[in-house]
Ligand binder design. Structure first.
Ligand SMILES: [Zn+2]
Ligand SMILES: [Zn+2]
Ligand SMILES: [Zn+2]
Ligand SMILES: [Zn+2]
Length: 349
């Protein structure tokens, strides 16, 4: 199991595509630079507005040439009303991968000293929306410079100062607008930081109980509570104690590394926040290629502390855990950004 932690980058440059970052907030650092997901693909499944970038995890898979570089992207809606209990439709997940030899990046890792210069050239980068950093095929009809993913973001930028700069002809010259500029629409995107991934230290805790042990617990409970049949209240008590066990385990695991924002282990063990709304196999849709999707990583509630959503009265952006499932075959047919699946689980009420 690997854990992810939020960390200030030594240089903002390391958050850009050629450094293959795992990061939260700001613009996405796109891996394939030319063919980005369309605004239709990144729209919210509830309100249809564009979703904004939440985080990305760089997770190459060296068992296959095609996945020499590989990044998973998560987007979510900024509209508080779309964030409902155990509801995943306001999230979007994409997987992108590239072989070592590709049209965008040198086969050599970027030099240390280039970390100091922000002006790393990204040839082949598609036009990006100035507000959110997603694909920006539309441009402002007046200045023809400012680029947008959607009418919504054009309007947002207009109200946040573009009206003035556009009519006075003082639109800042953007060379390659791939870099998050928090002044375009203040506090709209999530604050930008690096995510560093570290191996979880082995702790000797008591191994999880087997089914037989749980059954023994149950029998002991029955014996303790009554000589015969349990009434409804007692059954409910037992159920509640089982529920609490899932949450207690969750809390216990987190306590060892309280700052963890991501738990990463492909096809590994998921740490559920609750015994409610746990998916069955049929709840995890197969990939478009027909393969089964496997658990890849989960996002922990600690991340919410970094998103500064509470102060914006958007406290409805919330989760117990967000569990990301990706194609078990890492298929690469079709567009470079492949839709994947996320499961949102809230804490028990
Ligand atoms: Zn929405
Ligand atoms: Zn946009
Ligand atoms: Zn304009
Ligand atoms: Zn697939």
């Amino acid at each position: 199991m690997d854990l992810g932690f939020v960390e200030k980058p030594e240089s903002r440059c390391t958050l850009r595509s050629p450094f293959f970052p795992s990061k939260v907030g700001g613009f996405p650092a796109w891996l394939d630079l030319s063919q980005l997901p369309s605004s239709d693909e990144t729209s919210c499944g509830v309100c249809r507005c564009p979703t904004v970038f939440l985080l990305q995890i760089y997770a190459p898979d060296d068992s296959n040439e095609a996945t020499f570089h590989r990044t998973i992207y998560i987007f979510c809606c900024r509209n508080p009303a779309c964030h409902r209990r155990n509801e995943n439709r306001c999230y979007n997940v994409f997987r992108c991968q590239l072989p070592k030899a590709n049209p965008f990046y040198s086969e050599e890792p970027p030099k240390e000293d280039s970390k100091q210069s922000v002006g790393v050239d990204l040839p082949g980068l598609a036009a990006l929306c100035w507000v959110c950093g997603s694909s920006g095929p539309k441009s402002c009809g007046k200045c023809r410079q400012a680029r947008y993913c959607s009418k919504e973001h054009q309007l947002m930028h207009w109200k946040n100062g573009h009206k003035g700069e556009c009519s006075s002809g003082r639109v800042p010259q953007q060379q390659q607008h791939d870099f998050y500029d928090s002044s375009v629409v203040p506090s709209f995107l999530f604050p930008e930081s690096l995510i560093v991934i570290e191996e979880e230290e082995e702790h000797n805790d008591d191994p999880a109980k087997t089914d037989e042990e749980r059954m023994a617990d149950y029998r002991a409970y029955v014996r303790e509570k009554s000589e015969g049949v349990l009434d409804d209240d007692q059954l409910e008590d037992f159920e509640t104690s089982q529920k609490d066990k899932v949450f207690m385990k969750f809390k216990k695991k987190i306590k060892k590394e309280p700052e963890q924002v991501v738990r990463y282990q492909r096809n590994g063990e998921i740490l559920w926040a609750s015994s409610e709304h746990v998916p069955n196999e049929v709840d995890i849709p197969r990939c478009q290629c027909g393969s089964e999707r496997l658990f890849e990583f989960q996002i922990m509630p600690q991340l919410l502390n970094y998103l500064e959503v509470d102060s914006l009265s958007e406290s409805t952006i919330d989760w117990g855990t967000l569990v990301v499932y990706t194609c078990g075959k890492n298929c690469s047919e079709g567009d470079p950004y492949h839709k994947e699946f996320i499961w949102k689980q809230d804490f028990s009420s």
